[in-house]
Design a protein around this ligand. Sequence first.
Ligand SMILES: NC(=O)c1ccc[n+]([C@@H]2O[C@H](COP(=O)([O-])OP(=O)(O)OC[C@H]3O[C@@H](n4cnc5c(N)ncnc54)[C@H](O)[C@@H]3O)[C@@H](O)[C@H]2O)c1
Length: 704
Amino acid sequence: MSYLQKEIKNSVAVLTLDKPGEKVNTLDESMMVQFSEFLDELNTNDELRGAVLISGKKDNFIAGADIDMFKARDTAEELEELSLNGHEILNKIEASAKPVVVAIHGSCMGGGLELSLACDYRLASKHPKTVLALPEVKLGVIPGTGGTQRLPRLIGIQKALGYMLPGKNIYAHSAKKIGLVDELVHKDALEEAAIKAVLKIADKGPHQRKDKRSLVEKLLEGNPIGRSIIFSQARKKTMGQTKGNYPAPLYIIDSVEFGYKNGKKKGLEHEAVLFGKAGATSESRALVNLFFGITDAKKNPLADQVKPVKTIGVLGAGLMGSGIADVSINKGKYSVLLKDRTLEDAAKGEKVIWDELNKKSKKRIITPFERDEIASRLTGADSYDAFGKTDMVIEAVFEDLDLKRKIVAEVEAATDDDCIFASNTSSLPISDIAQGAKRPENIIGMHYFSPVQKMPLLEIITTPQTADWVTATAYEVGVKQGKTVIVVNDGPGFYTTRILAPYMNEALLLLEEGASIEFLDKIMKQFGYPVGPMALLDEVGMDVGAHVGETMAPMFDARGGKSSTKAKELMDAGFLGRKNKKGMYTYESKKKQVNTGIYQYFGGSARSNPDAETAQLRMALMMVNEAVYCLQEDILKSPTDGDLGAILGLGFPPFTGGPFRYIDLKGAKWVTEKLNEFTDTFGPRFKPAELLADMAKSRKDFYE
Ligand SMILES: NC(=O)c1ccc[n+]([C@@H]2O[C@H](COP(=O)([O-])OP(=O)(O)OC[C@H]3O[C@@H](n4cnc5c(N)ncnc54)[C@H](O)[C@@H]3O)[C@@H](O)[C@H]2O)c1
């Protein structure tokens, strides 16, 4: 199979990368071998003066290394060898006597960028879709094809770490500014400009680059003492952010540092060793599995039943409604009618969306023309007059069952028979909302997370009456909106809210027992959650927390639960959280402060913290055990859905792979024993789900 098409233009070989049958190019072993063979030809064929690498795919240069080849290798040694093979070819490009120029349009990620770094000259299109990154850290590995050595030498150590450690995107204009690409052109002019660049280098010698680093950067990076300060600060900052849960960022720092101490050649060899080490960790394996879970979820399981959707009505232009409208017009390219009670209320939501678009246009992520075009898809409304043309209506009005039922009736009257009604409720059972509906088969839950623009998950909830085409179509809309979709069955709190509730409840019980607010947040961040439970309660809002707690309490209490009523008490006392700047924290000054005033509701201001590990496990295992209950009760269709939902919706520590992979990692036996121990000490709410206890007995894993 040929991945590279070669054409000779003006004595320059134009190599078009085009992986047959795939939407995007990924770098795999066959492509690398073909590169290597081509390089031999380039350097022996006197007719050729150099080469251009360009992509034949739309809006994609190379999306990264093919992760299958990574997954197929288990041991550090095998992974190290993979990295060394890649080095060999990239070193060959770098050493080529004839110039190799890369012409980048679209995403240029991971191995794609590393390949580009080995070339003599980098051209990129000015297009907003052109984005470069070394995101390997997100898979728990390090850039393993020279990235940790070539990037810092090109743009500076601090900038390179700033991009590699979080795996951050670099858009075309920034890439030019920092010297990562040498020239920007219109995408249609890429090939011609690249051929010119080859000929220029062939005639006049290597391109001379200006050092784009600031004076301070140059001073610090130019001597060993300055560099050791940079590396030690980077390690400190990384430990602060990862709490030591992710080894890969530290390996990246080690790799860069080693390369500066021992030179690039040795640096590359060491990079391969660290790539192998990082890739063999359980953290990396979990992140790779998560990646595959997300990729698989992009495929609609009911694709053949999807009905076309052009116009979406969104009801409620508040926090969630405006977010849903935003992703619908931006990513989904749908027309949206955004209706609120008054035109002024609708305009508030429209303004939020416009401001975001404007920001993107100012940052040159989109052009002013694109901004206006996207904005033109949105229309504010205070009536259902134009709703006859909607194919789907998503409601995000207040969390009130009677209001939602009233809205169902209004929408049914204003729309056609095959208009879907989706509710974004966070906890009301969808069957309850559908009660009394004329077309219950059209009703479904589409549960988004706040902030909708950023949070990657969409939890779709079906009732026994929901028609398959409705589920299929909602799935399609979610994927187009850029979401990872899971489909779960209806029940109190569905999946995500249901597993969040006992976790939050346990946090409140610990607070009642005497723990401090900052202690609880600190230990759960150490455990790997992005925010602690107290801060999360403030973000969600005490009113929402109280409402969810009340809705779910009967189910948990029937199983011997101990439901805290503190969220409701705090709500009644006016502590709503961030929305009124008064909750577990106060938000009056720039930095939020612990609200010690709250302690009067929790036994007074003298606090005494319990053992951190026990407290961490009490909270986390509540969530884990509840996830198993959800699988046992068919709320969840698979452990993969459970893992995706918990990580992407609630921030369950990604390096564990999700609650089900966490159980597999620790062993169902260990988790069951812990839960039994907690049942004896703290009460029957910790009783392990039967399915978990069975797994422990039969020593089975959720994933084979
Ligand atoms: N806030 C979250 O984090 C979150 C997350 C997931 C789901 N939800 C759910 O989303 C829904 C909305 O939450 P929110 O946080 O956006 O609330 P919000 O208070 O910010 O917005 C609600 C909007 O609905 C409007 N509204 C009320 N009655 C209406 C009617 N009859 N017709 C049209 N508009 C009407 C209000 O004017 C307001 O603009 C709730 O069901 C909530 O449970 C919220």
